[in-house]
Design a binder for this molecule. Structure first.
Ligand code: FES
Length: 111
């Protein structure tokens, strides 16, 4: 699947989760220092938008506000209960100031 332009680098402030649309899929993009991460914007515990939660920059996690599961921005795995299932991880790339998100093959999409 091809990369989808989701904005420019200044749209993504350090330590803030931003909800973007990637071909109809909600994705939470997070910048920590100069690195951009992207995970599915739906908690695996219930239908809650992870981008409304809190970013833990030091642990590279995004915490669901509903019950507190914190998901790794690198692997999508929940590091804390009650969620037990990972969320999908997306690839992020830049071209100049433009930011692109791509679904990964392991998320069930052909690349
Ligand atoms: S809905 Fe996210 S931890 Fe329960």
């Amino acid at each position: 699947m091809s990369a989808v332009r989701v904005g420019v680098t200044k749209d993504f402030a350090h330590g803030v989760a931003v909800k973007v649309d990637v071909n109809g899929v909600a994705v939470a993009v997070v910048r920590i220092d100069e690195t951009l991460y992207a995970i599915a914007d739906r908690c695996s515990h219930a239908n809650i938008s992870l981008s409304e939660g809190e970013v833990h920059c030091g642990k590279k996690e995004l915490e669901c506000w509903k019950h507190g599961s914190a998901f790794s921005l690198e692997t999508g795995a929940p590091n804390t209960f009650p969620a037990t299932q990972p969320v999908a991880v997306f690839s992020v790339s830049t071209n100049g100031d433009e930011v692109f998100v791509t679904r990964r093959a392991e998320n069930g999409e052909a690349s």
